[in-house]
Unconditional design. Structure first.
Length: 211
């Protein structure tokens, strides 16, 4: 059976796209799935993380990394899904016609939204483009501060935007950023039990989407 393609997209920079992509990939891999990563962002943060991971941990035949132009993402992902259970596409922080191939090919578009009204407003563009490409989208509330009025308000507003909203929220934890510099995910450290639990819960929710 062909693999699933997940595109992570958001037009606002600093939304946590690369961090989310990495943590989804590592959790899926931990559950025995093979994973391919595609970086279409010229900034190349995902690639730098992968190189550091290779240096620290060596090669893993069930995890592959490649780069692609925005327009080449559909071809590259269709090729990789024949060999991998999941293909994750990390996209640049912009919404224009270049993003369409990565949305069109996606089984699911995951849209990280940091807890602010500005970030939520920025989400409208990617959701509109996803609808035009008939791609299903899921908003993931990221860098949240639990039990605050703002978090509750943003969650409510997000649910009104015509896309699914993940029940699991990713908290604002230094552990996520620290782990990336080591070629790791926060969930791979025994010191980050809370981060590990919330990423695991998000992936469980993601996989249940196709049950």
């Amino acid at each position: 059976m062909a693999g699933r393609i997940i595109t992570v997209a958001q037009q606002k920079g600093g939304s946590g796209k690369t961090t989310l992509t990495i943590h989804l990939a590592i959790e899926l891999r931990a559950r025995g799935h093979s994973v391919a990563l595609i970086d279409t962002d010229p900034q190349g943060s995902l690639g730098r993380w992968f190189v550091e991971r290779l240096r620290q941990r060596g090669d893993d035949e069930a995890m592959e990394f490649s780069t692609s132009s925005a327009w080449g993402a559909s071809y590259e992902s269709e090729k990789l899904k024949k060999r991998f259970d999941f293909v994750l596409i990390d996209t640049p922080p912009k919404i224009d016609s270049d993003l369409r191939p990565a949305l069109r090919v996606a089984d699911l578009v995951m849209v990280p939204v940091a807890i602010s009204h500005v970030d939520l407003w920025a989400t409208e563009g990617v959701l509109d483009l996803a609808r035009r490409e008939k791609a299903e989208a899921m908003i993931v509330l990221n860098r949240t501060r639990p039990n605050t009025r703002l978090a509750a308000e943003i969650a409510g507003k997000a649910s009104e935007m015509g896309a699914g909203v993940a029940q699991v929220q990713i908290a604002n934890r230094v552990a996520y950023a620290e782990a990336l510099g080591l070629g790791m995910a926060a969930s791979e450290s025994s010191r980050n039990a809370a981060a590990k639990a919330e990423v695991a819960a998000l992936v469980t929710e993601l996989l249940s989407h196709w049950d």
